[in-house]
Design a protein around this ligand. Structure first.
Ligand SMILES: Cc1cc2nc3c(=O)[nH]c(=O)nc-3n(C[C@H](O)[C@H](O)[C@H](O)COP(=O)(O)OP(=O)(O)OC[C@H]3O[C@@H](n4cnc5c(N)ncnc54)[C@H](O)[C@@H]3O)c2cc1C
Length: 414
């Protein structure tokens, strides 16, 4: 292997690989090396979008991102959907869009994206060095010396693209961040931003049940976020895309006792299991069921509307004991309707990295110039992708940011 490179990219995920392509095109592929600690590049990329890779979104805008606003505005403001389409098109990747504006490879396979990226890297002659465990990085006389388990190289520039701690089963950790801390960086600690939520209430009987509904995040009793979609009940709490989209505020509260930076005393998640119906309509429906299921146990009264186990749990939560449907009072019917519309959960843990897709936290504009993504204090060091203190909503926003930030870092290498 060559020993001196113009650019060494640390991390072979979406951001690192796209940065390597852009650097290879600028400086020649043989002057670029990708160092990946796992036995292959792009493992997380292959898992995205359930293997379909939701790579961007027609409704791209800064409002879908959280974290360091200066970096968000600089990267997303300068990298539109047209820009990513042009870049991916240049790799031979055809795209398709669903009715919600989510953009996927036309093949509906994440592997297409990785194959096309790797073909371009190969065409350019970029070196891909896997199983490369970093041991030391020194910066001296304008050069970085990178010592790995099996080799030592030098590079004039380094791009850190090591991702976050989300989904350790795909090899994610904060080993890259440890090197940046040694360089004097001040990362905001990672916490899951798109993840399942663990709750104090553990409904073992509901494990595996799925329901369509909505989730309200209540901060000191006030609704601060509302999402709807499929809710999944798990052994430890709740999951599903709409729950994932509430996880950021929940985890911010659990970690810092704040929500959007403001102090909050209590946070709860309230599920509406019959969002298409007003509470009074549900009471009317229950009155009808009281007659038609008269000899059945009260736990059955919602079984024509909800999953059987969910119906039993909601009735149980209303504080109604062993009764027949015919014995339910008007007040009890109202309590059941209320429990259907306000199924409450108390989040308990922010440490759900295992099921997380994305993390908040990372390197911010205190250490990085948002216009160039170059380190403020160490010349030739750049950071991109999920290592930066930026996280996006579900819907292709995170991969879009990974590509946009990678191309920005690569473009600014002098
Ligand atoms: C299950 C799942 C589904 C997702 N689906 C979508 C989706 O459909 N759309 C979307 O926009 N986003 C999705 N995401 C989020 C998206 O995958 C990430 O935001 C994106 O991959 C981040 O890219 P990255 O290159 O910054 O980091 P990563 O993809 O995590 O890549 C980082 C790479 O660096 C390597 N690395 C780490 N440390 C070191 C080190 N010390 N030395 C050498 N190498 C190192 C890692 O092994 C890894 O290969 C999903 C995530 C998950 C987990």
């Amino acid at each position: 292997m060559k020993k001196l490179f113009k650019v060494a990219v640390i991390g072979g995920g979406m951001a690192g690989l796209c940065a390597a392509i852009a650097c290879g095109r600028r400086f020649g592929g043989d002057s670029v090396i990708v160092l990946e600690k796992q036995s292959r590049v792009g493992r997380k990329l292959l898992a995205t979008g359930n293997g379909r890779c939701n790579i961007s979104n027609t409704y791209m805008s800064e409002i879908h991102y959280y974290g360091d606003r200066a970096i968000i505005n600089s990267v997303i403001g300068g990298f539109s959907v047209q820009n990513i389409k042009r870049f991916l098109g240049g790799l031979g990747i055809m795209l398709r869009e669903d009715s919600d504006g989510r953009i996927y490879p036309y093949s509906n396979q994440a592997s297409t994206v990785l194959d096309c990226i790797r073909s371009e890297l190969m065409r350019l002659g970029v070196t891909e060095h896997c199983d490369s465990v970093l041991q030391q990085i020194f910066h001296q006389n304008g050069k970085f010396t990178v010592t790995m388990n099996d080799n030592t190289i030098s590079a004039e520039n380094i791009i850190f693209a090591c991702g976050s701690k989300a989904s350790p089963s795909l090899g994610a950790d904060d080993s890259g961040m440890i090197f940046l801390k040694k360089f004097g960086f001040h990362p905001v600690p990672f916490f899951p931003s798109l993840s399942p939520v663990e709750t104090a209430e553990k409904y073992k009987n509901l494990k595996g049940v799925r329901a369509k509904g909505s989730v309200d995040v209540l901060a000191d009793g006030k609704i601060i976020r509302k999402q709807s979609g499929e809710i999944q009940f798990t052994e430890k709490g709740i999951s599903g895309i709409c729950v994932f989209e509430c996880a950021r505020v929940v985890n911010e509260f659990l970690l810092y006792r704040t929500v959007y930076g403001k102090l909050v005393r209590k946070i709860q998640l309230s599920l509406d299991l019959m969002q298409d119906y007003h509470e009074s309509d549900i009471v009317k429906y229950l009155r009808k069921c009281k007659g038609s299921f008269s000899e059945q146990p009260s736990a059955m009264i919602l079984s024509g509307a909800l999953h059987k186990r969910l119906s039993e749990t909601v009735v149980h939560n209303s504080g109604i004991g062993n009764k027949k449907c015919s014995e339910l009072t008007e007040n009890e019917l109202e309590r059941i309707a209320d429990s259907t519309k306000h199924f409450l959960f108390t989040p308990t843990s922010y440490d759900a990295f295992v099921g997380a897709q994305v993390c908040a936290g990372g390197i911010g504009s205190r250490d990085i110039d948002p216009d160039t993504l170059a380190a403020r204090k160490i010349s030739g060091l750049y950071v991109c992708g999920e290592m930066l203190d930026v996280d996006g909503d579900c819907g292709g926003y995170n991969l879009h940011f990974a590509v946009g930030s990678a191309l920005k870092a690569a473009k600014n290498i002098s």
